[in-house]
Ligand binder design. Structure first.
Ligand code: XMP
Length: 520
């Protein structure tokens, strides 16, 4: 991967990533304490760490055992840099092993909520109750801490659940302070940041926006930038930032493929063209997309057609802006981390993102990715700070191919109408029930079957609508939402009565896995 430029901040924490599923959460928690934090690979050379000179280093958890021959490790010199270190789970075992302690396989694997007793409060547990609930997930344990360390906490199965060096610079915990199941875990992290590393909590979204804006100006100079608006929060935030930095050099394209949810296309235009006064080219390509989708029923074929057509439209219309050097894209930090661990050595490619993926080779844009250090919820904070409309800030994730993959079978104008109307009722009712922030996604699906019903005295033979509503952290796994019965009842009444062509409402009670969130 291309060398990643680091954001310079007075408080700066580095998380060395040993591959545990919770690692991004560590960075999130640190940032919640108003301290800037980045995740780096464990191979990061000491010279680089010396140069960055972070306020502290966190060694994350990871799936390996320190005794596997190829398990990731750190150079012992890390502990001679004069930088405080906190080890978490695997990070603790690694710290113990590297500094001369003993790590063994536990007799009993410990997983889940456990009660822990703190024997020696010290700086890490300052202000906390000595009996604490914590979340464990490990097979190995530290049998004896390295020289100079004291065991400071224990659980029934893990006699050394936390250890601290007498210098006060090195600490380690076997449990996961970053997960919500360790209710006071954030306090431990805060103690490490403020009391051990001397951080001051100066990182705020306001000053981060100033940094991004200056960074864009520095990169773009007097060149032109193009940005594809999709209606989603990431592209909206990207455009807003570039606009703040170089308003006259930015042109946005909004390709209206007709597959957005009801009212969203109008809202994009209203917000960006009229409120933000951006140069926005609104391409009404609805007919074009529908024509291409005629007779197509295979989901992957739909995706391919929509992706290709998007590129064609983008290409055709972006020429109007003259000689454009930069493409602004809403890549988020989790994607950057992913490419850091799996894409080492590869040059930056344009990621498949809201259909922009796969732009032809000859459209050689340089990328600017102003959100590349941010997590999704931070992007929302940023949008709120930039006073963007609530409906855009809290818009649910939405697939690039849009409603086409929520219409099972052929996409026709009539079927789009049915889906959009039912979907709009769902959104309205979820908003009224104040559920928008709790639910990851809630939407309508239109299956390719029709069923018999009775309306008034008439027999009907119409489509059912499927309501899909899930809770999730990141879309990788999801639970079906346990919705209030009254809401289900209201939705059923409204959709069947108000949407012509629908005579039934079904609720999808499947979780992911084994199902997926979308139906196609
Ligand atoms: P699944 O259906 O795989 O969805 O459980 C996980 C998340 O990804 C979104 N999704 C897509 N996003 N293009 C996208 O940009 C797609 O083709 C696509 N398919 C699914 C989905 O909405 C959910 O948030």
């Amino acid at each position: 991967m291309k060398e990643k430029k680091l954001y310079k901040s007075r408080d700066f924490i580095v998380v060395l990533d040993f591959g545990a599923q919770y690692n991004q959460l560590i960075a999130r928690r640190v940032r919640e304490c108003n301290v800037y934090c980045e995740i780096l690979p464990p191979e990061t050379p000491l010279s680089k760490l010396r140069e960055i000179n972070p306020s502290g280093i966190i060694l994350s958890g990871g799936p390996a055992s320190v005794y596997y021959p190829d398990s990731p490790t750190v150079n012992k010199g890390l502990f001679r840099l004069g930088i405080p270190v906190l080890g978490i789970c695997y990070g603790m075992q690694l710290m113990a092993k590297v500094l001369g302690g003993e790590v063994i396989g536990a007799e009993k694997r410990e997983y889940g909520r456990t009660e822990m007793h703190v024997h020696k409060t010290g700086v890490l547990f300052e202000g906390l109750n000595p009996q604490l609930i914590c979340w464990m997930s490990h097979g190995d344990i530290v049998k004896s801490p390295p020289p100079g360390f004291d065991a400071v906490a224990s659980t029934i199965n893990t006699p050394v659940s936390a250890m601290s060096h007498r210098s006060g610079k090195f600490h380690a915990v076997q449990f996961h302070p970053e997960v919500v199941h360790t209710p006071w875990g954030i306090e431990i992290i805060r103690n490490f940041l403020y009391k051990v590393c001397g951080c001051e909590g100066t990182w705020t979204m306001g000053n981060y926006i100033d940094f991004i804006v200056k960074d864009i100006r520095r990169a773009v100079k007097n060149q032109k930038v193009v940005c594809a608006l999709s209606g989603g929060v990431d592209s909206a935030a990207t455009a807003a930032l570039v606009h703040r930095a170089v308003p006259k050099q930015l042109s946005c394209i909004f390709v209206d493929h007709g597959l957005l949810r009801a009212g969203e296309a109008e809202q994009v235009v209203r917000t960006f063209k009229h409120n933000f006064k951006m140069r926005l080219l609104h391409v009404d390509a609805r007919e074009r997309f529908l024509r291409k989708l005629k007779g197509v029923t295979d989901p992957e074929e739909k995706r391919r057609i929509i992706g290709n057509e998007f590129i064609r439209v983008f290409e055709e219309f972006s020429e109007q802006f003259g000689d454009v050097k930069f493409l602004a894209q809403g890549t988020l930090y989790p994607d950057v981390i992913e490419s850091m661990t799996v894409g080492t050595g590869k040059s930056a490619t344009i990621k498949t993102h809201h259909n922009v993926g796969g732009l032809p080779e000859r459209m050689r844009f340089q990328l600017i990715e102003p959100l590349r250090f941010l997590f999704k919820d931070e992007v929302r904070m940023l949008c709120e700070k930039m006073k963007m409309p609530e409906e855009i800030v809290w818009r649910q994730p939405f697939p690039g191919p849009g409603l086409a993959i929520r219409i099972i079978g052929e996409v026709t104008e009539e079927r789009l109408r049915i889906l959009k109307e039912a979907d709009a009722i769902i959104l309205e009712e979820f908003r009224n029930a104040n559920l928008m922030k709790e639910i990851w996604q809630a939407f309508a699906v239109l299956p390719a079957v029709r069923t018999v019903g009775v309306m008034g005295d008439q027999r009907s033979y119409d489509y059912p609508i499927v309501l899909r509503a899930v809770t999730s952290q990141d879309g990788m796994t999801a639970d079906w939402a346990k919705l209030p019965q009254e809401l289900l009842e209201r939705l059923s009444n409204r959709i069947v009565n108000e949407v012509e062509g629908v005579n039934r409402l079904l609720y999808d009670i499947s979780s992911k896995p084994p199902s997926t969130i979308e139906w196609e």
